[in-house]
Design a protein around this ligand. Structure first.
Ligand SMILES: [Fe+2]
Length: 204
């Protein structure tokens, strides 16, 4: 007995309305509901121009944070040498903390009525952090590169924090100071200690 099934595309007929409902509506397109540079005003007791300024400043901090986050993952994968295990774990810990900052900054931008940058290519175009080579670098070079990226980011974040406090946007100021600046400063300390030339086995 021939058991070969024959399949036919689902087609709606006047008598088979239920069949049509099971077919996904693919390849849909429509205009955006909010362009990137427009604000949707939410009732948070901040003037629109304050929200616009904070959104612009936060998107710059966001772009730099996304690039720094990815730089940590690059170095987590590519690190080499006797300190491989320690640095492999440290880089991934910092990556995770930067990923949390990315989410906090992006959601602050959205609640201010703006639109957060989201894609890596948009972050790369916006970030001030110098682009690293695709190849593999020695651990001290990786750490130096990360320290320079942190300093770029801290400079941008401090300027944004000052602007937000002058504008009365306390929530943005708190995010930048309590989370972005403090996390980055702490990570700088953990990295910089690795570049001190202390002997491992002989004190003199
Ligand atoms: Fe991993």
């Amino acid at each position: 007995m021939n058991q070969t099934a024959t399949y036919e595309p689902l087609k709606a007929t006047p008598n088979e309305a239920g069949t049509k409902r099971a077919q996904p509506n693919l390849h849909q397109q429509a205009r955006e509901i909010q362009p990137f540079n427009k604000i949707t005003k939410l009732p948070i007791a901040l003037d629109e121009e304050v929200c616009v300024a904070s959104v612009q400043a936060l998107n710059q901090v966001l772009a730099d944070t996304m690039v720094l986050r990815d730089l940590y993952k690059k170095h987590h994968w590519q690190v080499a040498g006797a300190t491989f295990y320690q640095l492999h774990l440290l880089f991934d810990k910092h990556y995770g903390e930067q990923a949390e900052l990315v989410d906090a900054i992006a959601e602050r931008i959205q609640l201010l009525g703006g639109i957060s940058l989201a894609m890596g290519i948009d972050a790369a175009e916006t970030s001030l952090i110098p682009r690293p080579p695709r190849g593999r670098e020695k651990a001290p070079v990786q750490i130096s590169r990360l320290l320079e990226a942190h300093e770029f980011l801290l400079r941008t974040a401090r300027a944004a924090a000052r602007q937000s406090v002058q504008a009365g946007d306390d929530g943005t100021n708190d995010l930048l100071v309590s989370q972005v600046i403090r996390t980055n400063e702490l990570q700088v300390w953990f990295l910089a200690e690795h570049l001190i030339g202390v002997p491992l086995t002989r004190a003199e």
